[in-house]
Write a protein that binds this ligand. Sequence first.
Ligand code: HEC
Length: 140
Amino acid sequence: MNRSKWLGIVTVACMAAWFVAGEARAQKTKGKTRPLTTKQMMKGWTGPANTELKKALEAESVDWDAVKLQAALLNEQGYVLMDDGRCPDEIWAKSSKALQTTAAVLLEKAEAKDLEGSKAAHANLIAQTCRVCHPVHKGK
Ligand code: HEC
């Protein structure tokens, strides 16, 4: 094989690698077909849901409907994060699935009006979801 053929092969291989890396980047900032970016989801849905939840659980008289609403919304977000080809790796998958399960536990505790159980479930949700995904995927 001559030199220019080798160069041709190397160029094509580099372009393919670049293309694949680009796909992987795109996957975590946005899904493959729908417009919602991960940044918008976090800013408009995940962040506010978590803030509202905290507020509701710390209020003098707990608004259980608000806790149930935000727990159900966070549970749903665990599915949206896994949908439309957005998930890039195992850490993402693990923390998104944890959002489904930990939010479901919180919803159960809220349905039972168990304040201590709800607070523990919320702390567990944060520990297993935001704090697992962000160190790897936020700001990179
Ligand atoms: C599966 C991964 C994942 C999980 C779980 C996750 N996040 Fe995020 N979050 C991200 C990524 C990625 C970004 C950065 C998005 C960007 O800037 O493109 C982000 C950014 C944010 C931001 C900043 C948004 C902005 O205005 O730039 C907030 C607020 C946020 N997340 C809140 C939360 C909270 C609260 C939780 C837990 C209840 C959580 N996130 C769980 C992936 C995740």
